[in-house]
Design a protein around this ligand. Structure first.
Ligand code: XIL
Length: 378
């Protein structure tokens, strides 16, 4: 993958003296309009504002997007200090057969991070989906342990020393499956048992002692019975594991926020964050975005509401010094998984990320900068 130009180089090529333009946009179609609601706060990237408080800001993306869209690649390199592959490290892509690994797509992303002095984050070693076609008919109770540990050895070993953090497990708690321990009834639980969790963390630590090892979860931030159950079962699971020195080092809060849900980031969530920090765990906001399907079609009021949700969430989370990184699940609305996963009924673009579909900063961008500026340093 080619290195994209630095901002200074791009300015030179575009005939603009460095420092001669107050705003960040360079490529055509990306120049920031004066009337942009966020324009008054632009001056540096989100990563710089987060970095000034000791927090890493980054985003998820796919290698094809960076390769085929130089405007996007440039924005990504300017705004992010951390990159997480959206799908390249999932079994479906990484494991074409039970014996082989296809590292090329994720390696392309790793190379991009090297070219742009970014950190790289791994998502995810052991999840409940998506798996390649061979998986379901292959796994059984006699080979499951070896299948899991061989996978972790192969993948965490390949990237040893290169990862800022690894999601070792993902979406583990799922009270809807009605197990008394709150665990999702995944193939790993069925064929190995709940011990798969500690096995996975131990194997990852053995292979890559320098990566922060994360337990990534969804819906922990909701003020709802569902949120209460997730938080309760998470703590119930994690405490005895930590007592036995299982190397769980951080919790990932996915934070796929939903506009119109009754509440997020309330006092019960705050108490949870405190407890997580007191246990010695770091916190990563791992997949922040907003589903805006219930919001008005008009961009301006819609963006305002989306930005308010970011403010509400970040102002609850960032005061906790255990929070070391914040990632959005995508950077520009041109490429958000929500276009497919949670499309608007009016077919308009979903606007849940800091940059819109023409790479202009939205009100969310300004809200993020403001939230990072207000955060205590760590
Ligand atoms: C999503 C990707 O963004 C999509 O492209 C893919 O089709 C489905 O998965 N929580 C997670 C991520 O942990 O792996 C999911 O990523 C989004 C929800």
């Amino acid at each position: 993958m080619k290195r994209v130009m630095s901002r200074r180089e791009a300015m030179k090529t575009a005939g603009i003296a460095a420092g001669g333009m107050a705003l960040g946009g360079i490529a055509e179609g990306w120049a920031l309009s004066a009337e942009s609601s966020a324009a008054s706060t632009i001056g540096a990237s989100i990563k710089d504002h987060a970095g000034a408080r000791g927090i890493l800001y980054g985003a998820a993306t796919e290698h094809g997007k960076l390769e085929n869209d130089p405007q996007f690649a440039q924005l990504f390199a300017e705004q992010c200090a951390l990159l997480v592959p959206e799908g390249e490290l999932k079994w479906r892509t990484l494991r074409p057969t039970p014996e082989t690994f296809n590292f090329a797509p994720a390696d392309a992303l790793y190379n991009f991070t090297k070219q742009h002095q970014m950190k790289f984050r791994g998502h995810v070693l052991i999840a409940h989906d998506p798996y390649p076609g061979w998986f379901e008919g292959y796994i059984n109770s006699s080979n499951a342990k070896k299948l899991m540990t061989d996978h972790i050895r192969g993948v965490a070993g390949h990237y040893a020393g290169k990862m800022q953090s690894w999601d070792v497990v993902n979406e583990v708690i799922y009270p809807q499956d009605n197990r008394s321990d709150g665990l999702r009834n995944s193939a790993w639980v069925r064929y190995i048992g709940p011990d798969y969790l500690e096995m996975a963390f131990h194997t990852a630590a053995e292979m890559d002692p320098s990566a922060l090892l994360v337990w990534n979860e969804n819906w922990l931030e909701e003020d709802s019975e569902g949120g209460d159950a997730k938080r309760k079962f998470f703590l119930q699971q994690v405490k005895p594991l930590l007592k036995r020195n299982v190397p769980i080092q951080a919790v990932g809060l996915q934070a796929h926020l939903v506009a119109g849900h009754p509440g997020i980031a309330g006092p019960r969530f705050q108490a949870f964050l405190q407890e997580v920090g007191d246990l010695g765990l770091k916190i990563i906001v791992s997949e922040l975005d907003v589903r805006d399907g219930s919001l008005p079609a008009d961009f301006s009021p819609r963006d305002q509401k989306v930005a308010e949700l970011y403010t509400q969430f970040l102002s609850a989370v960032l005061p906790h010094k255990s929070v070391v990184a914040v990632l959005t699940w995508g950077l520009s609305n041109r490429y958000t998984w929500l276009t497919k996963f949670s499309p608007r009924s009016d077919q308009l673009p979903v606007r849940g990320l800091p940059f819109d579909d023409v790479m202009k900063p939205t009100a969310t961008y300004a809200a993020m900068i403001k939230a990072f500026d207000a955060a205590p340093p760590r």
